[in-house]
Design a protein around this ligand. Structure first.
Ligand code: NAP
Length: 310
């Protein structure tokens, strides 16, 4: 007879870990299934200054480590697996993983979102060879090099500030002539002497023989194209892409109500199937932050408990 969990949580980012903490603390038999490392996107965040009560110098990995320990401390079990199919209807939900099958009374989907690529020629081939989506992971490779950051939101500008500690110059390439990022973050970037801006511009091509050394940028207003070449001495430069995310929810297409790839929930994180909840960046919401992900997780776990109690 297969074990039947009270709560199965898919994803161990802030939403999944908060759900695990709340479910575990409620003495629910809880399983967190994660395919990679705990933390989701937050582990690629260099600095978190706006998590309430956060300690100075808090980073994504440090916050996640504590969240993860906390969930385990309350008894949430963890398994490393990739869920490839789901049966969500009925009283017992069934998650099919590459390594095994999992059964439970409720499911909390906290699978998050992936960084969105530019989609231009050369980008895919040059990932890890000049193209990156993670400043924390790759900034050190570009010590004293020229760095370009694509995007104009909070992520792009915050990561540009971080990258400016490494590169000799950071150029933010944004498709409009004003940033989307919060004013307080913008102010820091405008005040940083190492950061400049390429407005109204998009990257249309990246190239290089084994390593990125050329980028073509198009002005969206004039359609003029400019080719940027790496300094001869450097031989390369970094292109860091922060232009939003794609929700990690393909598995649920046709099974749950969704919009633009995001799972639809009500205020209690309930999806269109009873006993199935979604929390964090994977659901349609107005603010995607660690704090809202954690809050979603807490609500989802509490509602899962109520659902089980009938
Ligand atoms: P975002 O807010 O959606 O911003 C994406 C940026 O990329 C926008 O400036 C957008 O331009 C640009 N963009 C989108 N598609 C593009 C394309 N195909 N080519 C070129 N540029 C493109 O995404 P985010 O910055 O990753 O932030 C996601 C969420 O996390 C937001 O809610 C954000 O507030 C939050 N966040 C918060 C913090 C913080 O508070 N510390 C840090 C990081 C993220 P347009 O402006 O023209 O649309």
């Amino acid at each position: 007879m297969e074990k039947i969990y009270d709560v199965m949580i898919i994803g161990a980012g802030p939403a999944g870990l908060a759900a695990g903490t709340y479910a575990g603390r409620s003495r629910l038999d809880t399983l967190i299934i994660e395919q990679a490392k705990d933390g989701g996107q937050i582990v690629i965040t260099a600095e978190i200054e706006n998590y309430p009560g956060g300690i100075e110098g808090e980073t994504g990995p440090s916050l996640v480590e504590r969240m993860s320990k906390q969930a385990s401390g309350f008894g949430a079990q963890k398994v490393k697996d990739t869920i490839v199919d789901v049966e969500l209807e009925g009283e017992i939900k069934h998650l099919k993983g590459l390594n095994g099958d999992y059964y439970g009374k409720t499911v909390i989907i906290a699978t998050g979102a992936n960084p969105r690529p530019i989609g231009c020629p050369g980008e895919k081939e040059l990932i890890g060879k000049g193209v990156s989506y993670c400043a924390t992971c790759d900034a050190a490779f570009f010590e004293d090099f020229q760095i370009f950051v694509v995007g104009g939101g909070d992520s792009a500008v915050e990561e540009a500030l971080y990258l400016a500690k490494f590169g000799r110059k950071v150029t933010i390439i944004h498709r409009r002539d004003e940033l989307r990022a919060a004013k307080s973050i913008q102010e820091k970037a405008f005040a940083n002497e190492k950061i400049d801006f390429l407005w109204d511009s998009v990257v249309v091509e990246l190239s290089g023989d084994g390593i990125l050394d050329t980028m073509v940028v198009e002005n969206v207003k004039t359609k003029e194209r400019t080719t940027i070449k790496a300094d001869e001495e450097d031989g390369t430069f970094g292109v860091f892409v922060f232009i939003g995310f794609t929700p990690h929810a393909q598995l649920f297409e046709g099974k749950l109500d969704m919009e633009n790839g995001y799972i639809l929930t009500d205020d209690d994180m309930k999806t269109s199937i009873p006993g199935v909840f979604a929390a964090g960046d994977v659901r349609k919401k107005s603010l995607r932050q660690v704090i809202t992900a954690a809050a979603d997780g807490a609500i989802a776990a509490t509602q899962a408990e109520r659902y089980i109690e009938g």
